[in-house]
Write a protein that binds this ligand. Structure first.
Ligand code: ZN
Length: 317
């Protein structure tokens, strides 16, 4: 059933070409980054869950020499993507909690400058970040989540905040949010610039857009190369510090900043991300658990970037 959503979109030549989704440069301003590697027989619903054992499948990616973005130049259709997310399984509530703690720590300097009336999260999963934002004083919370499984896994107190579906600007009032977050999601969408511009129109003047993205130029991702968890069939583009900054600046944000994010997860989770065969990883995790270490929390810079920008105070709607 899952595979139906990919059929027709797995052949490179059948898919229409796109220009750089951040700066609009054509493929003549790009160099090869990664050849396509798709094994349709092994694609399954787990491929589109947000945190999982890496599978190392990918669409062909090229690197824009103007803005530094790496992107799939012949992506599958938006409809295929939306459907794949809709049916995707959802995993890992504990890892989502750990990630949300890290995000809330890193958000503090931005939150200090904001009115805390209303916040929106695009790609909210089970809404764990919304709990943190509620605790930080936000009164009106909205999370958008395309995966039905994630929505179903959300605890009852968060469900009134969560809307199941794809983010669409027209579903919201202009200038109605003080904060919009989009974490580990911009890699997955067909048009990140459209999202950045839509978010700007939904923000009140002085409001902030904050993103977390993988950084393909980070040391860990360069060392892992093809085996990095960023190399994945679900990623339509990969950002660096420069290209996420370019996205926010070109979308009209002020005071754009990007810096490394430190993640804190249980040892067993880090082990799952290692580029070893799954049988070895399962043995390692059993050993860690037997030693009482599997749930020990460890902090690493795993090559993610947190970026923020503010809507100019004098911006027109
Ligand atoms: Zn570009």
């Amino acid at each position: 059933m899952q595979r139906d959503s990919y059929q027709g979109s797995t052949s490179l030549s059948d898919r229409p070409e796109r220009t750089c989704p951040v700066c609009g440069s054509g493929p003549e301003h790009a160099r090869a980054f990664l050849e396509e590697r798709i094994d349709a027989s092994r694609l399954n619903q787990f491929s589109f869950a947000s945190r999982k054992e890496p599978e190392f499948f990918n669409y062909r990616m090229i690197q824009c020499t103007t803005c530094d973005l790496v992107y799939v130049d012949r992506p599958p259709s938006q409809q295929a993507l939306a459907h794949a997310y809709h049916v995707a399984d959802y995993d890992s509530s504990e890892e989502a909690n750990d990630a949300a703690d890290a995000y809330m720590r890193e958000l503090r300097p931005v939150l200090a400058r904001l009115n805390r009336d209303s916040a929106l999260e695009i790609g909210t999963g089970t809404g764990v970040l919304l709990d943190g934002l509620a605790a930080a004083g936000f009164r009106r919370l909205v999370g958008i989540e395309p995966s039905s499984a994630a929505f179903a896994a959300a605890p009852p107190h968060r469900r009134p905040w969560i809307r199941e579906g794809i983010f669409r600007e027209e579903d919201f009032e202009p200038e109605s949010f003080d904060l919009v977050c989009c974490f580990m999601t911009l890699e997955h969408v067909r048009d990140p610039m459209e999202i950045a511009r839509s978010v700007s129109r939904l923000l009140r003047p002085g409001g902030a857009f904050v993103t977390v993205t993988h950084n393909y130029r980070s040391a860990i991702n360069r060392v892992l190369g093809r085996r990095s968890p960023i190399i994945d069939v679900e990623h339509m583009q990969l950002f660096s510090n420069m290209s996420i900054g370019e996205l926010l600046t070109r979308a009209g944000y002020d005071e754009v900043q990007s810096r490394p994010l430190v993640n804190r997860y249980a040892l067993a989770y880090w082990t799952r991300l290692l580029p070893f065969p799954s049988t070895i990883k399962r043995q390692l995790i059993s050993f860690e658990n037997a030693m009482g270490l599997g749930q020990r929390k460890l902090s690493f810079n795993v090559g993610n970037t947190i970026a923020s920008g503010f809507r100019p105070a004098d911006a027109g709607a």
